[in-house]
Design a binder for this molecule. Structure first.
Ligand code: ADP
Ligand code: MG
Length: 268
């Protein structure tokens, strides 16, 4: 196994820690909606952790809590031991929808966080943005506006943007759901390559059990709303993972195990 393709998971210190985390929303008819509930989980440095679970169980909410976009109604989310109170620079976020600025071209969308934060984009940012566009297969579209791109391409722009400042923590909310199956596998392998070269702690929410198994060190399976952690599954598949991984008996066994848990839709 190549050292480059297998970042070491260090056990010293947790990067992200959920402690008794719960969220109560008020639905439009005034009733409380709890999702998630009592989540206790620690993510180690440079670990790749995926979350799977039924729709509405609170996966996106957990990412928003880590990102400081929302404050938990119970419990604490900490990063490097400090409770999260606001969005932080060391976090990159790729949402389910690409949320690009329609008046900027692709390259300027990718470098936008730098312009927004520092008021300017230097040559290094532009070079890195160009590299990321190459990785995401968008070089020929650098000067096109988002409206000229397919949904899948727009999503790849958003992923490149999230990676631009090489964040320590990457939060990804079903980032490949708009891509076709082929592009999805391709992006999964690219993401692992980027993560291997520039290790980061990744929290990745997906509906695809295959994607979770190809990418993750651990998979957190959540139960139906109110959304508790039903099970945490270690993924012992060797890296680098590739198409051959799909026929590994361990892969098949884990995929079935997770599928049964996710689709049983039982609260725990
Ligand atoms: P998931 O990503 O697992 O599908 P979410 O985290 O988006 O689920 O949402 C969990 C639950 O909380 C859902 O039932 C959703 O409708 C509800 N919810 C999320 N955000 C709000 C909000 N701002 N106001 C009211 N209800 C919300
Ligand atoms: Mg969601």
């Amino acid at each position: 196994m190549s050292a480059v393709l297998a970042p070491t998971v260090q056990t010293a210190g947790l990067v992200i820690e959920f402690s008794g985390v719960g969220q109560t929303f008020t639905s439009s008819d005034g009733r409380p909606v709890v999702a998630p509930q009592d989540v206790n989980l620690g993510l180690r440095r440079h670990e790749f952790v995926s979350g799977v679970g039924p729709s509405g169980c609170g996966k996106s909410t957990l990412l928003r809590l880590v990102g400081g976009l929302l404050a938990p109604t119970s419990g604490t989310v900490s990063i490097f031991g400090m409770p999260v109170t606001e969005p932080r620079d060391e976090i990159g976020f790729a949402f389910q929808k690409p949320t690009l600025l329609p008046w900027l071209d692709v390259l300027d969308n990718v470098t936008f966080p730098m312009r927004h934060k520092y008021g300017r984009v230097d040559a290094r940012d532009t070079a890195r943005a160009s590299d990321l566009l190459a990785v995401t297969g968008l070089t020929d579209f650098a000067r096109k506006r988002p409206a000229e791109l397919s949904g899948g391409m727009q999503q790849r722009v958003a992923i490149a943007r999230a990676l631009l400042h090489d964040p320590d923590i990457l939060l990804m909310d079903e980032p490949f759901s708009a891509l076709d199956a082929l592009a999805r596998d391709e992006m999964s392998f690219e993401l692992v390559r980027i993560w291997s070269e520039r290790p980061k702690t990744v929290v990745f929410v997906t509906h695809s059990i295959q994607e979770a198994l190809l990418l993750s060190d651990r998979i957190v399976v959540m139960s139906a709303r109110p959304g508790r952690v039903a099970e945490i599954i270690d993924v012992p598949l060797p890296r680098p993972r590739n198409l051959a991984t799909l026929s590994d008996p361990v892969f098949t066994h884990l995929a079935n195990e997770i599928r049964v848990k996710v689709f049983s839709r039982q609260p725990v």
